[in-house]
Design a protein around this ligand. Sequence first.
Ligand code: FAD
Length: 409
Amino acid sequence: MSLPIVIVGAGQAGLQAAEALRAEGWQGDLILLGDAPCAPYHRPPLSKAYLLGESTVEQLTMRGPEALERKAITLRKSSRVMRIDPAEKTLHFSHGSSLPYHRLVLATGARARQLSGADLHGVFQLRTLEDCTRIGEAMATAQNIAVIGGGFIGLEFAAVARKKGKSVTVIEAANRLMARAVSAEVSEIYARLHTERGVVLRLGSGVAGFTSTNGRVSGVTLSDGHNVSADLVLMGVGILPNQELAEAAGISCASGVIIDSGGRTSDPFIFACGDCTATRLENGDFRRLESVQNAIEQAKSCAASIMNKDRPFTAAPWFWSDQYDVKLQMVGTSQGHDHTVIRGDTNAYKCSIFYFAGERLIGIDSLNRPQDHMGGRRLLDQGVSLTPQQAADESFALNRLFQPEAAAT
Ligand code: FAD
């Protein structure tokens, strides 16, 4: 009997890898192992529509049992893998059983980084559906909310909390919002957006600790000694890749399981995709992308590699974030730009910022301008640039530059 392909981690990347393996022609057994008690679900709505009460658990669920059965994917819930034995090509579980594999895919994702003091009642992180349920319950009675970290998750949560009428303070160590991911121009626009909607921003503020009463948080002490009073604190201070299984198995890791563009790790029988991975850049640094697109594309590349095909993930990275009624869509990068062009109206939160390195377009951040984002994705994927003059000209449609065959689709 042939051995199964086993996928550890039943999230966005794991499920996609399973489905892509079927699409690539794998006909043997396919086992998807997840430590959560539920079917794979979408995480992005946890800090957006779902937290706001505008969507249901059913809408979060990616595939029901019938859909998995149709593709002959065996989902084993509440199954935590404790160890990989790469020499024996076998997985070991907490309850003592084991499972041999033909090929293994690691899609173990990431976990929220914690600050010390996180064990107080009223201090939360937001990574899982369980986290979101607990936060939702606590929000019902909370009045003063402190958000530590002005990144995407912290700010999306802040927007939801304001919509629910809470007093919100965002504490951010850097001197601008979302500094790791967006340009100074975008940070400034979002500082204005949140301030206008009533959020108090404490930029350039470190956290020294928490104050509490009877084990329940009552505030956050900043490094300058100031206390932000809070009966609910959300920590949005980044994530850590779940790479321990790989490390213990001797697989090369560097703030993520190191993979090539085909999802191959340093073990020829083990592949990896999604938030748990890191890829090497041309300058030798490692890059870890934390996005739905990355999870999906890397999973497809893994599946192709396992089936001895080549499907490197080379598309321009894209991401989105919903805050209030503003949808930010990003494609490419703003890092390394020397020139920006703004199209549209920043005051009305309906604009696109085009980033150029010399004459070459390297990225576009769009606020409530989906057509610029979609056009930009095609241009960047096709390696086509527009000129700064064309970018500045509202009447110049990006699709005029699409390659002929792509424009027809
Ligand atoms: P995960 O979804 O984390 O799945 C990994 C799974 O593996 C988890 O269920 C984990 O429990 C399981 N696992 C780990 N170790 C083991 C083990 N030893 N045994 C068994 N199972 C194991 N991205 C965007 O592009 N846009 C957004 O707007 C956006 N918003 C987000 C909002 C929130 C609140 C969060 C948390 C994330 C958001 N993301 C967003 C990021 C996106 O959800 C992730 O990049 C994506 O889920 C990564 O998928 P993954 O499968 O790699 O990891």
